[in-house]
Design a protein around this ligand. Structure first.
Ligand code: HBI
Ligand code: FE
Length: 286
C-alpha cells in the first residue's frame, strides 16, 4: 500500500530504504557522494521529462518555484536546498530512508521539516514506483514549500496529524493528504491546474488528471474529501479542486475532532462516487 508505514509493514513487508542508521526521528545523512553518474543521469531524464510536461499543467506557484531551483542537472544536495528554503518559508529538508511512521512524519511537518527520501528509483521504474523516492519527494513536494501559504498549510497539516493520532482520525487525515498534497487540482483563469506531488512527479497522470473524461473532478469540501476512499496503484478516479491555497489553509484551520465524530458514523465513499447534486467539473480541453 502506497502509504503503509513501518508499523503496518512490520508484518514482514519490506521497505526499500536502509533504516539501519537513522536516528529517533528516522533522519539519516544524505550521502551525496554515493550517488553514481548513472543515477544522476536517471535524475536528469526524470527531471527533463517532467519539466517539459508541467508548463500549462502545473499551477503557477509550482512553475515559478521550480524555475528558481537548480535541480535539473543532478540529484540535489538537500542541505543547499534547505538554505534557500529556510530563508523563504522557514522549512528545512531532512533526509530519510523512505516512508517513516505516521507519528514521525507529522512531527516533522509540525516543525517545518519535510522528509525527503534519499534513494532514487531504478531505471525500469521510470514510469511507476510504489514507494516515494527522492524524485517524487523532491520534484513533487519541495517546490510548493517555497510558497508561504502552502508552507503554512503543510505545518498546520502536521499539527492536525498529531491531534488526529490522539482521536483516531488518521484515516480521514490521510485521505485529506492524498487528495490535496498528493493528487490535488486547482482552478486557474486558464483552466484546471495540478498542484499534487503525486501528479507532478508522474509522466502520465499530469495530463490525465486535467483532460481525461473518466475521472470525477469535484469542488473541494473537506469532509467530502475525508469520506472518500482512494486508490494507491492506479490513476485517481476522483480529483478534488480548490480555488487557491488560501482555501486549503482555511479548511485545515479548524479542529477536526467533530468532523471525525461525524465521519465515524458515515459510510466511506468509493473512489468514483458522484453524489446526487454534486458538480462534476469539466475537464480541460485537450
Ligand atoms: N513518510 N517519508 C514519508 N513520506 C510520506 O509522504 C509519508 C510518510 N509516512 C506516512 C505518510 N506519508 C502518510 O501516511 C501520511 O498520510 C501521514
Ligand atoms: Fe508524496
Amino acid at each position: 500500500d502506497f502509504f503503509k508505514t513501518l508499523e503496518e509493514k512490520s508484518d514482514g513487508g519490506t521497505l526499500r530504504g536502509d533504516y539501519s542508521r537513522c536516528d529517533a526521528n528516522y533522519v539519516v545523512q544524505q550521502d551525496w557522494s554515493a550517488y553514481t553518474p548513472e543515477q544522476h543521469a536517471l535524475w536528469r531524464r526524470l527531471y527533463q521529462r517532467q519539466a517539459k510536461l508541467v508548463p500549462g499543467r502545473a499551477c503557477d506557484v509550482f512553475i515559478d518555484s521550480l524555475a528558481k531551483m537548480d535541480a535539473s542537472e543532478e540529484i540535489p544536495r538537500f542541505d543547499r536546498t534547505t538554505e534557500a528554503l529556510h530563508k523563504a518559508t522557514g522549512w528545512e529538508l531532512v533526509a530519510v530512508p523512505g516512508l517513516v511512521p505516521d507519528l514521525t512524519f507529522f512531527e516533522h511537518l509540525a516543525n517545518r521539516r519535510f522528509p525527503v527520501t534519499v534513494w532514487l528509483r531504478d531505471p525500469h521504474e521510470f514510469d511507476y514506483i510504489v514507494e516515494p523516492d527522492v524524485f517524487h519527494d523532491f520534484f513533487g513536494h519541495v517546490p510548493l514549500l517555497f510558497n508561504p501559504i502552502f508552507a503554512d498549510h503543510m505545518q498546520q497539516y502536521g499539527q492536525g496529524g498529531l491531534k488526529a493520532l490522539k482521536v483516531d482520525g488518521l484515516t480521514y487525515l490521510a485521505r485529506l493528504y492524498w487528495y490535496t498534497v498528493e493528487f490535488g487540482l486547482m482552478e486557474s483563469p486558464q483552466g484546471l491546474r495540478a498542484y499534487g506531488a503525486g501528479i507532478l512527479s508522474s509522466g502520465g497522470e499530469v495530463e490525465y488528471c486535467l483532460t481525461a473524461p473518466a475521472p470525477r473532478r469535484i469542488p473541494f469540501e473537506v469532509e467530502r474529501v475525508m469520506r472518500t476512499l482512494y486508490k494507491i496503484d492506479s490513476y485517481q478516479e476522483t480529483y478534488f479542486v480548490i480555488r487557491d491555497f488560501q482555501q486549503l489553509f482555511e479548511a485545515t484551520t479548524p479542529d477536526f475532532t467533530p468532523y471525525y465524530e461525524r465521519l465515524k458514523t458515515q459510510e466511506a465513499l468509493p473512489a468514483n462516487t458522484l453524489l446526487p447534486g454534486e458538480i462534476n467539473l469539466a475537464p480541460n480541453p485537450h
